[in-house]
Ligand binder design. Structure first.
Ligand code: MRU
Length: 349
């Protein structure tokens, strides 16, 4: 069996995504341009911080390939406007914003470069987005290896390594392999979690694990403390939607309470994230905008109401785990204590 699960298909300028709201039914849907891109991101048909950025940028590429532009300046303006629109689809994950800033920077540079014509400018923008796909998989494999090495270093005894994760950070959430789930792939033994109200653990992570034959156990979010008390969990590994300069990390709602429970039980708590999830422009997590999702995602399952009519719902999609609860941040260039994250800051970020 082909064990590669593909959430994003990009071939000959055509983009398709696996509609994750329909899983376990497999249906790929076309994304023909930026408008489609915005909607599939907003409706969570594709989700996960790296996948959002890649699909957003590919939707732009699919569109500019078809469109005629008067000159380089009008192409640059079009690219900037469309990228800013894509950034607005979901506010918390930073990867789309970072990718947009980089593409706008490139577009500005190419506009000023008199040796480059409009076709070459388009080609360069397309190449740079296509590189994101390749780089994301390579980065995730590096994250997987660094994370597995780090966890094995701190795991004593001959028992199975048991990893607890949250939400979905695998092939579905990235161009392939995954971040926290990439670490698990590299370790290949784990426990995993359901994530309410959106059931990403049950619908997505469980699907990926079964698909690839990786053993796992599904638990609900409210079972973490009992699990840690009764089972020797080796480590928690989660993903990130945005990591602030001090290491405070926004991730799927419920991550913060897992970090608190992990600290109480002396279980190391890791965040696995590429450098494109680190936002050095904000000093700490207080500056992260938390997306609020529609009440209906809590009050209904599929189309059936499960909560009493008239009850008010609060439905934030993410929370922020303070850096002091995080043992290490696993990136594609190594594992960093939150206080050392600043070493990764470059001139461009
Ligand atoms: O709301 P989602 O499904 O987009 O949230 C996803 C997460 O919180 C992931 O942990 C994060 O984006 C990292 S995915 C590699």
């Amino acid at each position: 069996m082909d064990t590669t699960l593909e959430s994003i298909r990009w071939e000959n300028g055509k983009l398709e995504i696996l509609d994750q709201t329909l899983l376990p039914r497999t249906k790929y849907i076309p994304v023909t341009g930026v408008e489609d891109g915005w909607h599939v991101i907003r409706n969570m048909q594709v989700r996960g911080a790296p996948a959002i950025a890649i699909v957003g940028c590919l939707s732009l590429v699919a569109e500019i390939t078809k469109d005629d532009h008067r000159d380089k300046k009008s192409l640059r303006q079009d690219v900037e406007g469309k990228l800013n629109y894509l950034v607005s689809a979901r506010p918390t994950a930073v990867n789309m914003k970072i990718a947009a800033d980089e593409l706008i920077h490139l577009a500005n540079k190419l506009t000023k470069d008199t040796t480059v014509n409009i076709d070459q400018m388009k080609e360069s923008l397309i190449d740079s987005v296509e590189l994101m796909l390749i780089k994301d998989i390579a980065d995730n494999k590096a994250i997987g290896d660094f994370g597995a090495e780090e966890i094995l270093k701190h795991t004593h005894g001959d028992g199975a390594v048991k990893i607890l994760t949250h939400c979905n950070t695998g092939s579905l959430a990235t161009a392939g392999y995954g971040t926290a789930l990439g670490v698990i792939r590299s370790l290949h033994k784990k426990h995993n979690l359901e994530t309410r109200p959106y059931f990403q653990g049950a619908r997505l992570t469980a699907y990926e694990l079964v698909y690839e034959g990786i053993p796992g156990t599904l638990i609900c979010d409210d079972m973490v403390a009992a699990l840690m008390k009764s089972t020797n969990i080796s480590a928690v590994v989660v993903g990130a939607d945005r990591v602030a300069a001090n290491g405070d990390t926004a991730n799927k709602i419920g991550t913060y309470q897992i970090a608190i429970v992990a600290q109480y039980h002396n279980v190391p708590f890791y965040v696995a994230a590429p450098r494109t999830s680190i936002d050095f422009s904000i000093p700490c997590g207080d500056y992260i905008v938390i997306e609020e999702r529609p009440e209906r995602e809590m009050s209904h399952i599929k189309n059936e109401r499960i909560a009493s009519c008239g009850i008010h719902c609060w439905n934030p999609a993410f929370d922020v785990t303070p850096a002091r609860l995080i043992t290490g941040i696993i990136t594609e260039v190594g594992v960093f204590r939150p206080k050392d994250l600043i070493k990764l800051k470059t001139e461009r970020n």
